[in-house]
Design a protein around this ligand. Sequence first.
Ligand SMILES: [Zn+2]
Length: 192
Amino acid sequence: MVMTMKTQRKFKNYAALLKAFIDQGGEVTAPIDLDAIADMLGIEVRDAPELEETDVIGEISFDKEGGHAVIKINPFQNTYLVRRRFTLAHELGHYCLHSSSDKQVFSDDRKTMNRMASYWDKYESEANSFAAQLLMPKQLVLNESGIILDSYITENGGRKMTTEQFTDQIARVFCVSKQAMQYRLQSIGIIS
Ligand SMILES: [Zn+2]
């Protein structure tokens, strides 16, 4: 069923999306302004309280031409800002990578938005990777890491920061969960 889907890439990857955002006058600073990016793409993002009794955390639907898109966020499953940001970034991933003319909805729950549980699902694992990269762009993570470490060492008379303290602090700068940041730092190679 999934094999027959026709999807198209609107952007090759997260870097291409951020480049377009910068070209349109957007600023790539932490935390990444996802709402401004969605605005630039002409995507309607709305809270969907009608999803209360469902397991749906977020979903994106495309019109028949695969053009105009609407992202619905279940407010009951996204009460924490970091959760909402991840949900929105995941749906933006579907928009950029999987705009579709024959499957018009991607509906996400705990399973599709989990990195491990979605491992074998091409579309969901791509959307999860895209979300992590968009929320935590590599170069920006490297820059912010340097700033955090330098100021800590200066303020603490040369003492080094623990990995735990560092992850906690940089996760707050990017407004993401500590767990998401830990995995991203590992994949970039900043922590082991
Ligand atoms: Zn998804």
